[in-house]
Every structure is written in structure tokens, then in C-alpha cells.
Write a protein that binds this ligand. Structure first.
Ligand code: ARG
Length: 571
């Protein structure tokens, strides 16, 4: 199996510190912050020096003296500043190492040490409500994380935790039965917009009319009791929303398994019972509450996690607790990842703390990560709304991007304008989102995302397209897999190619897709510099350079595919 260069260096440095000091502490190798420093650096001497009570530069020197490098991976090492070690990779080593990955389907990316069952929960819109830009972010980010884990070789279960349960369905069903019975009967062609309007109307009736309110409450009981009529109405309502969601997923090419809130309904009572048995429940104003250490409100009073309301109903939190339990016991998840807006961070901190306390999840067996993201802002820096102040319809937003892409491409040489515009338009929306650090708020701008310069999808696709055109001109395919790196920009490109696995590792470690977009951006830049400085066709190194081009294109294609973005062969 191919190892990342950083891992190969780590192995050398681990052995050296053991031989020099008898230490078995982990050694950290990182990519150099500046190219002029070298290719990699090791900063561990500073930490070791502290523990050993020695001068860090002396420790660094000792480590370097003990490096045993039979494959000649390292060209040069140098101590810098207080005790950093700057490392340069040997050209001939890189040439041979690259030759090995040319036939590697994984493009040099190591397989995981253990195949894990990873649950990736994302998107999760709510029935009878609009799927908004927050859900779009969740969908795009979650899909790229799922694709990453799939590529790495894990067993991924993609879940859509749709908001399909709750008292609002009592209102909605009552309303439809009273005012729009034909919708429930003949499966008329109802659109999500109608449903959203009825949702608003039913809410108004609920607040105004005590009779309506009473029927709505009775309807909830009927629904929860499994009354066939109510279930059929509920299913019908869900289907209308589902169709609208599916349109968006089709446009985005995102696959999800729906397992909505209703799925956990049968397990809610059991969860509350578990909490009661462990003595964690306190009754507060009739509601069953769990109080957890370290959670207080603004006034410093303990903050309760309500797991059952005074009327006996269960909460959003109860469902998430049941979710943890089901995913641990039934799905046998090694890891659970939930992608939502940052506003839900506190909720997930509390729910996870409660789940730990009740033993619903064992942190030694199952890792949990809430993956939060910031708001979507308009180019003016305000909340993302239409001019009329309404929430932006996602399908319209995506169509607009496709249309803008079409305008850009219409006088260029493309294979199929419709298809290409879709790839560029959707790719631009995804790439713009993924290339920002997800924690930060993100400013949505068609103008910026569709630029051909800078950290954009078009810039990266352009490198890919360039390579396709080089390949079209050359009929002879290189049969001999031999790499020679003669020019500095050629070496820089080769090194970047070899770092694909490292970029995926850092996306994985931090669950940050922008680690991969940064990498691809640099790869495209390095390719453009190489292309400027090194002639491919007709040069002495033609075959080797063609192999570099090929490998660059393969990595761009695979990297973009992990981001959920397709490539174009012409542009
Ligand atoms: N439906 C929720 C919303 O629109 C998101 C669900 C997040 N997942 C969860 N397990 N609570 O905000």
C-alpha cells in the first residue's frame, strides 16, 4: 500500500528519536508553510527538548544525525529558528515514488487502517416547509463528507433526518380534511407551494379558533395512535414535500436514505424510561427534564434538556437521543456525523452529553461529531432573502446559476451546452460553498463563484480541460511509465500530485472540505506554472510530462468528484 510522504517521513523520524533518546512519542511532520523553507518540516524537537531538559536545536541535531534513510527519501535537512527541521524531498525518490502511483487506482491515497461504519446525516429539511439555503449548505457539505469517506474505503450510511413528525401535522391534516379534502382523496397534483400556504393558514386557524384547535389536537392523538385515515393523510403530505426535495437532490446529484423523525417514534418511550431508570430525570413544571453539568442559561441557572413535555409529547431532543441509540445498537456505527447550521451546536452538545450519561453511546466505540456551518449571506451582507423578503426557492437559485453558466459558455467551444452549463452552474454553487471554511458565514455571489480566475471551480476545470486538449492532440499513449523531473515547476507539480492523500487526510481530520478545495486550487496553479515553463509536445521529456498531465487530470477529476462536482472535457 502507498503511504503519504508525510507518513513515510514520520516513520524515519520516529525511529530516529527512538534511537537518539529512547523516546516513543509521536512525531509531527507537516507540509512547509513556505516553499522556500523546504517541502516538509518537523517541529517536534521543541516539544521533546522540553521533556528532555535539553536545548531544542541540539535535540533537532541529534534527531537529524540518527535519521537512517536507506531509500534516500530526504535530499537535505536544515535546522531553522529555535529548532525546526526543514526537509527537502529528493528528486530521484519522488520520480520513483510517482511512477508507483501511476498504476494505482487510489492515486496514491492509502486505505484506512480499519474499515468503519460511518453514519453521515445531512440535508434534513422539514415537511410542509421550504427547503432553504441552510439545508442547501448541509446537503452540499454533508454529501462531500460522505463522498470522502466512501472514497477512503469506509462503509457509509447517508441519512436524511427529515422533520416529518410533530404536532404541526395535527393542524395540517385537520385543515386539509376541512378545506381541501380533494387533496387527500384524489391525489390531485399538489405543489409544495400550496402545502406551505395551507401550513400557514392552518396555523392561523389553530391560533384563532378553539374548535379547530381541539380537532387538531385530537388529530395528533389519532396520528400517533396509528389511525389509518390519519396516517394516510400524513403520508400524502409527506409525499408532496418529498417530491419537491427530490427535485433538488436530482439537480445536485445527491443520494440520501430518508429516515425521518417519525422513524424513531416507536423508540421514544423506551429512551425516556432509560433516563428515568438511571435517576437522571427531574420533573420541572410537569415536564421530564435532564440536567447536565456545565449547561447553564444566561442567568447562570442550570439549563434543562426536556425529554418529555408536560402533555406527554416528546421533543426534538428525545428523537435525537433515540437516534443515537438506534445508530449505535442497530446500525453498529463506529462514527456518527451530523451536519447542521451552527445554531444547533448547543442542542447537540446537550443531547450528546445526555446520551453519554445514560449510556446510549460509548465514546470508546462510537465517535460523534456535530459538523456545524455558518449562515448564508447575500452579497450585500444581509440575510439571504428575495427582494420581497421571502425565502429564496432553492430550485430557482440553482436554475439561475445554470443560466448564468450558460451565458458564460455559449460562445465557447463546449461539447453540449445544456449539459456543460449544468455542470458548471451546479459545480460553481457547490465549490463556492465548500471552499469557504464552513464555520464562517458564507456570502453567496453568482458573480464571484462563476469567475475563471482565483479559487473557483472554473479555474480548476480549466486546468482539466487544458490537459484534455493536450491529450487529444497526441495519439501515442506512453507505454513506458518513466518519470523525469527536470524543471523546478515540474518538481513542484509532481510533489503536489503526490500530496493528494495528505489533503484528504486533513479534510478527514478536521471535517473541512476547504482543505481539499485549497489543495485542488494549488494543483491547478502548479499545473498552469508547469504548462507555462515546460513544453510538453515535442520535448525530450514528452512522455514523462504527459504522464504528469494525465495524473493531474485524474486527481482533479477524483478530487472534484469527492466534492460532488463533475468535469467538462471542453470549455
Ligand atoms: N430538520 C432540522 C432543521 O431543519 C435539522 C435536523 C438535524 N438533525 C438532527 N438529528 N436533529 O433544522
Amino acid at each position: 500500500m502507498m503511504q503519504n510522504l508525510s507518513t513515510q517521513l514520520e516513520i524515519l523520524f520516529l525511529k530516529a528519536t527512538k534511537d537518539a533518546f529512547g523516546l516513543e512519542d509521536p512525531v509531527e511532520i507537516t507540509q512547509s508553510t513556505k516553499e522556500s523553507f523546504g517541502d516538509y518540516q518537523c517541529n517536534s524537537a521543541l516539544k521533546f527538548a522540553k521533556n528532555l531538559g535539553k536545548n531544542p536545536r541540539d535535540v533537532a541535531k541529534m534527531m537529524m544525525d540518527h535519521i537512517d534513510d536507506p531509500n534516500k527519501l530526504i535530499e537535505k535537512m536544515e535546522i531553522a529558528g529555535p529548532g525546526f527541521i526543514n526537509i527537502q524531498i529528493c528528486h530521484t525518490f519522488l520520480e520513483k515514488d510517482l511512477e508507483k502511483i501511476l498504476d494505482d487506482k487510489r492515486l496514491g491515497v492509502p486505505l484506512p487502517t480499519r474499515k468503519e461504519k460511518i453514519i453521515c446525516e445531512f440535508s434534513s429539511p422539514n415537511i410542509a416547509k421550504a427547503m432553504h439555503v441552510g439545508h442547501l449548505r448541509s446537503t452540499i457539505i454533508g454529501d462531500s463528507l460522505a463522498r470522502l469517506f466512501e472514497f477512503l474505503g469506509h462503509d457509509v450510511l447517508r441519512l436524511n433526518h427529515v422533520g416529518d413528525w410533530g404536532t404541526q401535522f395535527g393542524m395540517l391534516i385537520t385543515y386539509l380534511k376541512m378545506y381541501q379534502p380533494e387533496v387527500l382523496n384524489n391525489k390531485s397534483d399538489t405543489h409544495i407551494e400550496d402545502l406551505m400556504q395551507w401550513y400557514k393558514d392552518s396555523k392561523q386557524k389553530f391560533d384563532e379558533s378553539p374548535i379547530f384547535k381541539k380537532s387538531a389536537q385530537e388529530e395528533v392523538v389519532k396520528l400517533q395512535g396509528g389511525n389509518l385515515d390519519s396516517i394516510s393523510a400524513w403520508t400524502h403530505i409527506c409525499d408532496i414535500s418529498r417530491r419537491a426535495f427530490q427535485e433538488i437532490y436530482n439537480l445536485l446529484d445527491v443520494h440520501l436514505n430518508e429516515r425521518g423523525e417519525s422513524f424513531y417514534n416507536p423508540y421514544l418511550k423506551e429512551v425516556v424510561d432509560t433516563f428515568e431508570k438511571t435517576g437522571l430525570v427531574k420533573i420541572d413544571n410537569g415536564a421530564k427534564c435532564v440536567f447536565l453539568e456545565g449547561f447553564t442559561n444566561k442567568e447562570g441557572d442550570p439549563l434543562p434538556l426536556i425529554i418529555q413535555k408536560s402533555d406527554g409529547g416528546y421533543n426534538y431532543a428525545t428523537t435525537d437521543l433515540a437516534g443515537f441509540k438506534f445508530r449505535v445498537t442497530h446500525d453498529k456505527a463506529d462514527r456518527i456525523i451530523i451536519v447542521t447550521d451552527i445554531g444547533q451546536s448547543m442542542h447537540f452538545k446537550m443531547v450528546y452529553a445526555a446520551a453519554l450519561k445514560a449510556g446510549l453511546i460509548d465514546p470508546a466505540k462510537t465517535q460523534f461529531d456535530h459538523v456545524p456551518f455558518g449562515l448564508v449571506l447575500s452579497p450585500e451582507g444581509t440575510k439571504f432573502k428575495t427582494r420581497e423578503g421571502e425565502t429564496v426557492r432553492l430550485s430557482e437559485l440553482l436554475d439561475e446559476s445554470i443560466l448564468a453558466a450558460k451565458k458564460l459558455l455559449c460562445d465557447r467551444d463546449v461539447e453540449n451546452l445544456e449539459e456543460s452549463a449544468k455542470i458548471l452552474g451546479i459545480g460553481a454553487v457547490k465549490y463556492a460553498d465548500l471552499s469557504c471554511n464552513r464555520i464562517k458565514d458564507y456570502t453567496f455571489s453568482f458573480e464571484r463563484m462563476l469567475k475563471f480566475e482565483g479559487n473557483t471551480v472554473a479555474f480548476i476545470l480549466y486546468a482539466f480541460v487544458r490537459i484534455q486538449s493536450i491529450k487529444r492532440k497526441l495519439t501515442e499513449r506512453p507505454s513506458l511509465k518513466k518519470i523525469t523531473l527536470s524543471h523546478p515547476t515540474e518538481f513542484a507539480l509532481a510533489l503536489q500530485i503526490r500530496r493528494f492523500g495528505e489533503s484528504l487526510k486533513s479534510m478527514e481530520d478536521e471535517l473541512l472540505p476547504n482543505r481539499l478545495t485549497d489543495y485542488l486550487y494549488q494543483l491547478a496553479e502548479k499545473f498552469h506554472s508547469f504548462f507555462r515553463d515546460c513544453r510538453v509536445e515535442g520535448s525530450e521529456e514528452e512522455l514523462s510530462r504527459l504522464l504528469l498531465c494525465d495524473q493531474t487530470a485524474d486527481i482533479i477529476e477524483e478530487g472534484l468528484s469527492i466534492l460532488g462536482i463533475k468535469t467538462l472535457s471542453k470549455m
